[in-house]
Ligand binder design. Structure first.
Ligand code: PMP
Length: 433
């Protein structure tokens, strides 16, 4: 049972509804009102401290001093739109593309991951002359008219009839669907490609997050995506890897998650963690694709890649490197897996534990034999954790998997607090009713 909300919370919710319109989502039965943050900690308006186990935007820690100073210094010197010459964007793109395979040497900077994905799809059309796009049925790629169609949960009732160009394939699910080598997924991609060809749209691109994070970060061995990538290539389409969540070292083993999958995509999109909260995003691609796009569309983005954004993004790379945060993500992922597995030994409701570096979680089931998802239970756990000062969420095909995806400076002492609190919550929340 949810409790009555404090009057201040009700008042803020009323103002949101009045000023922002209905149906603007907030997290939790008792929405939180944060007023400040530092590292992996957040404080609410009453001065209560919360451990952030969820937010990947403050990648190198909330209010990271290096990033804050870089933004302040550049904002105090110069910030313009992007039609003047400036070294900031060139220095950044040089450094960024240095983290990719040699073939991926050019970039476009944008303000959001959605814009980057939108451009990637237009690149696919420019390269292939076709429009058909394949994505998974449990993904999210953004909010522009075009990419919002890729998310089934958006249920677009209006949208220029773009639905005809899309096909959804079953999202991978290592706990319920046996597909050890990615062959089953590849076969589904092939069916979708054939269907698009028959319908006359043709096939332009396969777009996936290489860790399938929104889908529930299934366990996959290295190179799992290769068969699907081969299907896309053989059919003459592009492979677009959406690394908006999975990039910048989060997987621990690699700086970019497609490297773990053993593929070199045609386009890689990125965003969220890129500026640690400053709105900078973008994509990298090959010179050929870039030239075809630039010659097909006159693309200009007023804010994308402005000097302040580039200073923020550069500071994020510096911080990742100097603090060794990718290595620490690898170590924390393994430790979290062990600690969550200990909890699974005590709590029947945990059916499966998974990690992909600094993304980890437990999948809740009503019965370990049938693997029936315990989605409502997951909801209760997330709300109870929030009451006890731990910020996390849930995701996956059945919305029954804890989504624990903290800022990269999350360390062993934070994991201790998370696990202890989760253990208490699992003991107190009834798995039935
Ligand atoms: N791709 C993925 C995988 C995402 O998770 C998101 C945001 N949740 C986006 C794209 C869209 O990014 P943005 O909100 O910056 O437009």
């Amino acid at each position: 049972m949810s409790r009555p909300l404090p009057p201040e919370t009700e008042e803020l919710l009323d103002r949101r509804r009045r000023l922002l319109g209905p149906n603007v989502s907030t997290f939790y039965e008792e929405p939180v009102h944060f007023v400040k943050a530092d590292g992996v900690w957040l404080w609410d308006a009453d001065g209560r401290r919360y451990l952030d186990c969820y937010n990947n935007v403050p990648h190198v820690g909330h209010c990271n001093p290096r990033v804050v100073n870089a933004i302040a210094e550049q904002a105090a010197r110069l910030n313009t739109h992007t039609r003047y010459l400036h070294e900031g964007i060139l220095d950044y793109v040089e450094r960024l593309t240095g983290t990719f395979d040699d073939a991926l040497s050019t970039a476009i900077l944008t303000c959001s991951g959605s814009e980057a994905n939108d451009i990637a799809l237009r690149m696919a059309e420019a390269m292939t002359g076709k429009r058909g796009i394949v994505a998974t049925d449990a993904t999210y790629h953004g909010n522009t008219t075009l990419v919002s169609h890729l998310s089934r949960s958006n249920v677009p009732e209006v949208g220029f009839g773009l639905g005809q160009y899309l096909r959804h394939v079953e999202a991978p699910d290592s706990y319920r669907i046996s597909d050890p080598d990615g062959q089953r997924f590849a076969a589904h991609v092939q069916e979708a490609v054939d269907d698009l060809e028959r319908a006359g749209a043709g096939f332009a691109a396969l777009i996936v997050c290489p860790l399938f994070l929104n889908e529930g970060f299934p366990e996959q061995k290295e190179g799992w995506l290769r068969p699907a990538a081969e299907v896309a290539r053989r059919a003459g389409g592009l492979l677009i890897c959406d690394e908006v969540q999975s990039g910048f070292g989060r997987s621990g083993s690699h700086f970019w998650a497609h490297q773990k999958q053993g593929v070199v995509p045609d386009v890689v999109t990125m965003g969220k963690p890129m500026g640690n909260g400053h709105p900078v995003a973008g994509l990298v691609t090959t010179p050929d694709i870039m030239a075809r796009f630039r010659n097909s569309f006159r693309y200009f983005n007023t804010f994308g890649g402005n000097p302040v954004s580039c200073a923020a993004a550069m500071a994020v790379l510096d911080e990742l490197e100097e603090k060794g945060l990718q290595d620490s993500a690898a170590a924390m992922g393994k430790l979290a897996y062990d600690r969550l597995s200990e909890l699974a030994a005590k709590h029947q409701v945990i059916g499966n534990v998974r990690q992909s570096g600094m993304v980890f979680g437990a999948e809740f089931v009503r019965d370990r034999d049938t693997r029936e998802p315990a989605s409502e239970f997951a909801d209760k756990v997330v709300n109870e954790m929030r009451r006890r000062g731990i910020i996390l969420s849930k995701l996956g095909r059945h919305k029954n998997t804890l989504k624990i995806r903290p800022p990269m400076p999350f360390a062993a002492e934070h994991l201790d607090l998370l696990i202890k609190t989760l253990n208490d919550v699992l003991a107190s929340v009834s798995p039935h009713g």
